[in-house]
Design a protein around this ligand. Structure first.
Ligand SMILES: Nc1nc2c(ncn2[C@@H]2O[C@H](COP(=O)(O)OP(=O)(O)OP(=O)(O)O)[C@@H](O)[C@H]2O)c(=O)[nH]1
Ligand SMILES: [Mg+2]
Length: 196
């Protein structure tokens, strides 16, 4: 028997209920959000990249950012089926302060957020973490290990980012599918543990 579809963020597929969850992938400028969603998405990701021009030189801090010629101006979007019961819709939101309105619109209905962090620029994550907390969105930290990045212990990261003991912290490489998927799974497990 094929069940009747239900409204909202859940739908029936065959006899199984398949949950579609909206997950934000957030983080400061050039932390690897677009790369992360591009690595994981099973559909061609929607990207809104624009070339960075001279006009942005004093606005977007390119210090420590190598080879970057474009930036996201609205959002990234991708989809990842974790298993036959759960599909994640990934929304990447621009990190720069001038896009706060976009970020706020995008956060509606989000079940959780993966906060990407660059280990060389930990302090730049504070503004985004403040926003996620302000909107009460549960989150996990994914440290995007750029080549040659300093390796902090988990305890150092927790202290530097002032994290709650239950907040998951995981290391990934946004270009690597396995480690990026692991970061999302750890967020999903955390979200599930909160609803039990
Ligand atoms: N070495 C290394 N480079 C990475 C990694 N993740 C992303 N990059 C590079 O870092 C740069 C920034 O990545 P993006 O994915 O554009 O970052 P973003 O967060 O979407 O940037 P904005 O949308 O401009 O805020 C790109 O040149 C990527 O190729 C990583 O894990 N390791
Ligand atoms: Mg981007």
């Amino acid at each position: 028997m094929v069940s009747k579809p239900v409204s909202g963020d859940a739908r029936h597929l065959h006899d199984n209920v398949q949950i579609a969850a909206k997950i934000l992938v957030v983080g400061h400028f050039a932390v690897g959000k677009t790369t992360f969603i591009g690595t994981l998405s099973e559909i061609p990701p929607l990207r809104t990249e624009e070339r960075m021009t001279q006009a942005g030189v004093d606005i977007d801090d390119l210090k420590g950012v190598r080879g970057k010629t474009t930036t996201t101006v609205a959002m990234d979007f991708g989809r990842l089926t974790l298993n036959d019961r759960l599909v994640l819709y990934l929304f990447g939101t621009p990190g720069q302060q001038r896009f706060v309105q976009v970020w706020e619109d995008m956060s509606r209905g989000a079940l959780g957020a993966l906060v990407l962090v660059d280990p060389q620029r930990l302090k730049e994550s504070f503004a985004i973490m403040d926003l996620v907390e302000k909107y009460g969105i549960p989150y996990a930290i994914a440290v995007n290990n750029f080549d040659g990045s300093p390796t902090h212990s988990e305890a150092e990261l927790r202290e530097a980012l002032d994290l709650l003991p239950e907040t998951p912290v995981i290391t990934c490489d946004a270009r690597d599918e396995k480690s990026s998927a692991k970061a999302l799974v750890s967020l999903v497990r955390y979200l599930q543990s909160r609803t039990r």
